[in-house]
Write a protein that binds this ligand. Structure first.
Ligand code: G6P
Length: 503
């Protein structure tokens, strides 16, 4: 087998969000900040490994203006230079694609969040959102990717020239872009196409929620890639079974491959991670240190912490119900602990998220009223997006609480142990992707079992210092030894292997 040099390939990355956000300041001048979310951080790592263009949706007026240029623009931020190409769907199409189909429809299916006796109703609005939102927005992404695949290495355009893409590598990311690969393959059949699904892949029956033609499009879209990647082996198995049961395709469970339209698609697991060194550098910033001093001066004997986007999949309400139960069972812990909940606002244009936020605020008020005293409240709820405070809290927690109903990976479970200085205990949902790597050193919980979560809190808070130290040491070791760099390298190694194998 001949080795393949991927550095020769032009890289095009596509994800709904870009690496940077452009906004107009009050004087109309564009301001650039880093794009939000963990996905942006890990894709930045990919581009550090192999520079390329990044195709993303224009979310602000400033980005819409850049989209009109129909080319990748260079942006410098924090010492890195990015080439970003924006696509600008109409606001109506973007709403249908993002707020109706991607979230909640696909997100809820993939995290098992639909309460099937009651939801979802697939009516004209949802069908319209698919046909006039998700499909055309994916088409716009495909068009921009094709254009970048055909763009000259030196930046000169060769759009009109025939180009089969055999010098290009396209990395598509996530559930917003399931339909992009086949269009790129049809236009540039030599392109190597790779798609990473960062969220869970549920069992086949749950996919039956979607009308058959939509489901088929999702699967056929993903199978338009050469490699389909997930965070865990469990999602790989689910995906392979779906291909067998729902599409009746030829699947080889042993080699994790699917035969589709005469091609062999590799289905692989690469557990994403973090970059411990840059996390430590961020924790050493002045703002993070100031935040930590503030936290330390107010902390009680024990600090319980959760850090999440305000999302139903994170299971925030059952977490507070578990604290309520724990305080009922163990009143001796009253006034000795604080449960700090750092929750970033998310998707507030989607009704389910607005209602969820209200329910979270209500249970916090209830639990605080039930157990609080004149100068103590058990829950300190902060709905905010303040990374320095998060870093400070990571350093200080005694228990890090992650009880997600379902979660692609959950990077909080990896960030916390690297920064923590209290030999903190990780309480971790068995249904978070991170459980495959970290479960052995965490206290595992079933996310639906509130009684079990209350017991887990008790176990964590009464664990001997020796056991805490052992477990904390192992958690940070596992993360240190499996950094995001390894995640990138493993994917590139498989891409090179598949190219070399010529399948
Ligand atoms: C989480 C998931 C990512 C996903 C992102 C979308 O971070 O892990 O896989 O792409 O949510 O969030 P957004 O705020 O862009 O809807």
């Amino acid at each position: 087998m001949q080795a393949v040099d991927l550095t020769e390939r032009r890289l095009v990355v596509a994800a709904n969000r870009g690496p940077v956000s452009f906004h107009d300041d009050p004087s109309g001048e564009p301001v650039v900040t880093r794009g939000p979310g963990g996905l942006v951080t890990v894709l930045t790592e990919v581009l550090r490994h192999h520079p390329g263009a990044w195709v993303a949706a224009a979310l602000s007026d400033a980005e819409r203006r850049l989209a009109a240029e129909e080319r990748a623009v260079e942006v410098a931020l924090d010492g890195e230079v990015y080439r970003v190409r924006y696509v600008a769907p109409s606001r109506a199409a973007y709403h249908k694609y993002y707020n109706v189909v991607s979230n909640p429809m696909l997100w809820f299916i993939q995290h098992y969040l639909w309460d099937l006796g009651r939801h979802p109703d697939i009516r004209a609005e949802e069908m319209d959102a698919w046909h006039n939102g998700y499909v055309p927005v994916n088409g716009l992404f495909a068009k921009a990717v094709i254009d970048e695949v055909r763009g000259g290495r030196d930046g000169r355009r060769r759009r009109d020239q025939a180009c089969d893409g055999s010098d290009a590598l396209v990395l598509l990311h996530d559930y917003q872009l399931y339909l992009v690969a086949p269009e790129v393959r049809a236009a540039c059949p030599g392109t190597f196409l790779h798609q990473f699904v960062h969220i869970p892949w549920p069992q086949s029956d749950y996919w039956r929620v979607l009308p058959e033609h939509i489901r088929e499009s999702v699967f056929r879209g993903l199978l338009g890639n050469d490699v389909v990647a997930f965070h865990t082996r469990h999602y790989v198995r689910n995906f392979l079974r779906c291909c067998e049961y729902l599409l009746e395709l030829e699947v080889d469970q042993a080699s994790c491959t699917v035969r589709c339209d005469g091609r062999e698609v590799w289905v692989r697991a690469y557990p994403v991670s973090i970059d411990p060194a840059s996390l430590r550098a961020a924790a050493d910033s002045r703002r993070a240190r100031t935040a930590e001093r503030a936290l330390r001066s107010r902390r009680r004997e024990f600090l319980l912490l959760r850090v999440d986007r305000m999302d139903l999949s994170k299971n925030i309400i059952r977490g507070f119900a578990a604290l309520d139960r724990f305080l009922e069972l163990h009143p001796e812990f009253k006034e000795r602990l604080t449960f700090l909940a750092l929750l970033q606002p998310s998707r507030q244009d989607v009704e389910e998220y607005v209602t969820y936020r209200e329910r979270v605020e209500r249970i916090v008020a209830d639990v605080n009223t039930r157990h609080g005293t004149v100068d103590w409240m058990p829950i300190d709820l902060r709905i905010q997006d303040d990374f320095p405070v998060t870093l400070a809290a990571y350093a200080q927690y005694d228990v890090l609480f992650v009880n997600a109903i379902s979660d692609g990976m959950n990077l909080v479970a990896k960030e916390g142990p690297v920064l923590n200085r209290h030999d903190g205990v990780l309480v971790l949902s068995e249904y978070a992707g991170a459980y495959e790597e970290l479960g052995a050193f965490a206290i595992g919980v079933n996310p639906f079992n509130i009684e079990g979560q209350a017991e887990a809190l008790f176990r964590a808070l009464t664990m001997s210092p020796e056991e805490r130290a052992d477990r904390a040491g192992m958690l940070s070791r596992v993360v240190e030894e499996n950094s995001v760099e390894k995640w990138v390298q493993a994917q590139f190694a498989d891409i090179a292997a598949k190219l070399a194998a010529g399948c």
